[in-house]
Ligand binder design. Structure first.
Ligand SMILES: *Cc1c(COP(=O)(O)O)cnc(C)c1O
Length: 375
């Protein structure tokens, strides 16, 4: 049986192997393993990409979120408004710092936080809004940044799935991570810009916050062995930075290809008349969605996924249980029915293979099999 994997990095990165090994070897030769030239070069690349933001590399996307909230001084007694429909780290970082996550439901079209619902949950303890650009599509934050400013609420973007995604705001182009007070990226290997291990980054246009982030990632030390506050040990590894420097040059081409693949799914599904069973992802007006995931909504999701798996066609469920229903967050007091759109998406969402190098015949085979299931 031919197997269609959910992700095959060799198809995009196989050709870069020589260059990647050379970059790694350069780090070994330099003996500069912590911060240093490669990390600096990668930070500079991202800084020029984001036009004026400071970039601070760290150990993972999860740490990026923790560092961002720490830089804002978020802690016990503070509330952070966020989405229950995301990867675990979006919310664990808030809880880890002793602050309280306050959930708002999602917009069923984009799967991102519903900004009206979010605004309705702002209160006197709200310190930050933490929206996620889920699956590579930006949340239209221009609708809420004014209110946030007025209320003294900082915006921390979880852009872990959206590096290179952008949105048109009037005459401006705004990039994911560059719209809020702080933006957080992950370079986990499966992300659209992935390292060969864990890696992450925080970006901000606020120079004071950038300075604080640079201290926080080295144990809160201003000068070596002189600690001004209690930080983390969370640096972007030099070997990972060297690899990211190689891969970064492909980012735009790879993101363009993801959009071509998304169009092709649309075309294949379009001819099948499956509207009753399958709902395709929608791109919000003005958005350059990079389809980090191509997640469709389907009827009888689990039966379909099993049926496809038996035919060598891999799919994944992101995410089967919304965060407000996770056991470890039970103490927050939320229950079933509190966020109906998130709960419905958790029952219906199915991510199809979406990676650079995915072939048209593979996409067609998958769509044919889905059509056959519903027949
Ligand atoms: C991957 C991811 C993270 C965490 O990134 P790591 O690098 O794995 O720690 C956070 N938020 C979202 C939405 C993610 O997809």
């Amino acid at each position: 049986m031919r197997v269609l994997p959910i992700l095959d990095l060799k198809r995009s990165c196989g050709a870069l192997k020589g260059e990647i090994l050379e970059a790694v070897s350069r780090v070994l030769e330099s003996q500069s393993f912590i911060l240093g030239q490669e990390v600096h070069a990668f930070e500079e690349r991202v800084e020029s990409y984001l036009e004026g933001a400071a970039a601070v590399g760290c150990a993972s996307g999860t740490d990026a979120l923790i560092l961002a909230l720490m830089a804002l001084g978020v802690g016990p007694g503070d509330e952070v408004v966020t989405t229950p429909y995301s990867f675990f780290a979006t919310v664990s970082c808030i809880v880890r710092l002793g602050a309280t996550p306050v959930f708002a439901d999602i917009d069923p079209k984009t799967y991102n936080i519903d900004l009206k619902d979010a605004a309705a949950r702002f209160g006197s303890k709200t310190r930050a809004l933490l929206p996620v650009h889920l699956f590579g599509q930006m949340t239209p934050l221009e609708e809420i940044v004014g209110l946030c400013r007025e209320k003294g609420v900082s915006v921390v973007e979880d852009a872990a799935q959206a590096f290179g995604s952008w949105r048109r705001d009037g005459e401006r182009i705004v990039r994911a991570g560059g719209m809020g007070t702080l933006g957080c990226y992950s370079f986990f290997p499966t992300k659209n810009l992935g390292a060969c291990g864990d890696a992450g980054m925080v970006v901000t246009k606020d120079a004071r916050l950038a300075e604080r982030l640079k201290k926080l990632r080295v144990h809160g030390a201003g000068t070596t062995y002189l600690h001004e506050e209690v930080g983390l040990n969370s640096r972007l590894d030099a070997i990972q930075a060297a690899i990211l420097n190689v891969k970064f040059r492909w980012l735009e081409r790879w993101n363009e290809e993801r959009r071509v693949l998304a169009d092709r799914y649309r075309m294949f599904f379009g001819s099948k008349g499956l509207g009753e069973f399958v709902t395709l992802p929608e791109e919000l007006e003005g958005n350059f969605h990079i389809y980090h995931q191509y997640a469709v909504r389907v009827a009888r999701r689990d039966a379909l996924a099993t049926w496809l798996e038996e035919r060598g066609l891999s799919t994944r469920v992101y995410y089967p249980l919304p965060l407000h229903l996770q056991k470890c967050f039970a103490f927050l007091g939320y229950g079933e029915g509190d966020f109906p759109e998130s709960e419905r998406l958790a029952r219906e969402s199915l991510a199809l293979p979406m990676f650079v190098g995915l072939l048209p015949e593979e996409q067609e085979r998958l769509v044919d099999a889905i059509a056959e299931f519903y027949r």
